[in-house]
Write a protein that binds this ligand. Sequence first.
Ligand code: ATP
Ligand code: MG
Length: 421
Amino acid sequence: MAKQQEPAPTILPRDQHSISRKQIDEDTLKVLYRLHRHGQLAYLVGGSVRDLLLGRKPKDFDIGTDATPARVRRLFRNCFLVGKRFRLAHIRFAGNKLIEVATFRRHPSEDELPEDPDEHFHFVQNVFGSPREDAFRRDFTINALFYNIADFSIIDHVGGLQDLRDRRIRVIGDPLVRFEEDPVRMLRALEFAARLDFRLDQTILEGIAEKKEWIATAAPARIREEILELFRHQVAGPVLKQCRELGVLPHLLAGYRGTDESIELLAKIDNRTASGIAVEESFAIAAMFLRRYMDNCPPSPDVPISEALHKANEIIIPHCRYFSIAQGIRHQARELLVGCFRLARGRGIRGERRFLQHPLTPKSFELFNLWAEVRPDLAPLTKEWQKAIKSPAPQKDITRRPRRKRRKKTTRQQAKPAPRK
Ligand code: ATP
Ligand code: MG
């Protein structure tokens, strides 16, 4: 089939940009060079080019090529193909390191689509294309730049270089069309703007305002992953705040209200992550729902723990069911909430000794401390608990079981008569 002449991209030669091979991971370079030596196009693609141009350290280095996955497998002994939906080559290096090599793809035209609509999604993701077509199927212009190992130039088909200079997030193509194809892009736009401190193009803001309810149609697993990305990149506070302001929140996280206090708590967690403490999903969930939980179950010595557990379940379970979150994480999130409930009631209430020995109590206390940074009225309570939680309970306070064992031992040693057992 005769191909139309493609418009030429903007090419930034090596001496006009800042990316040096020294900044690129060694094994990634090896893969790029090997593809190139075998006559294939070999580009660094996606977030790594963006981050390097911004002087940031990329999270990972992805490679784009015109070699088919089968060809990549033939070229690399340490390669295996993965993915049902999106065929990818993974090249394995020492220490379980994986480098992802994807064949350039394009959007198929309507008449190319299979008859069965259920097959569309799979099909759409696996039609090979030219580098230009590959750039155009990406989400934002700044995410569609290529670094060409053949001459170390940057290739820009979509105007991403100018948007990087202008510090602007712009959708490739019409935002409404691209959001309809994949509503998760709305959330990604907010995420990248917050992560990079870029402004959102007006068309993105308008698109989100107009079609925010589309986000509810995205696969829950993908939303869950993007929410976790917000926490990993320390932008959960600002992005969820913006989601609230743009009216996205009810469609994104049905049970989460995003009150000022809750958003402030998430921002505290972002700061904590920035200081190098990874955030666990259970911790993130408990933090999101803490305020709502405390409203539903105000801390009081009169409320039995069984009720506190029940109220925590009422909030956590629908969220975890919707996002298919594993039982273990759900359980931990619930325990963290109930831990905060106990902490908020103050000291000296029945069951305190046992609570202090619970393995999740230090984590609950961490969450409680962050909450107290937002709610200064809780500060005296954190002081009261501090000593008890930091210093482990004295030996004599350990649970009854070991004591019984000790007694048994003595009994045996002294050869006491049988009836006592
Ligand atoms: P980081 O890995 O630092 O979070 P990234 O830009 O590498 O950022 P990924 O989620 O790893 O983001 O995706 C890699 C690339 O794949 C993106 O840069 C983008 O070009 C493309 N991409 C990812 N998600 C989408 C999407 N929903 N629609 C279109 N293109 C996407
Ligand atoms: Mg990436």
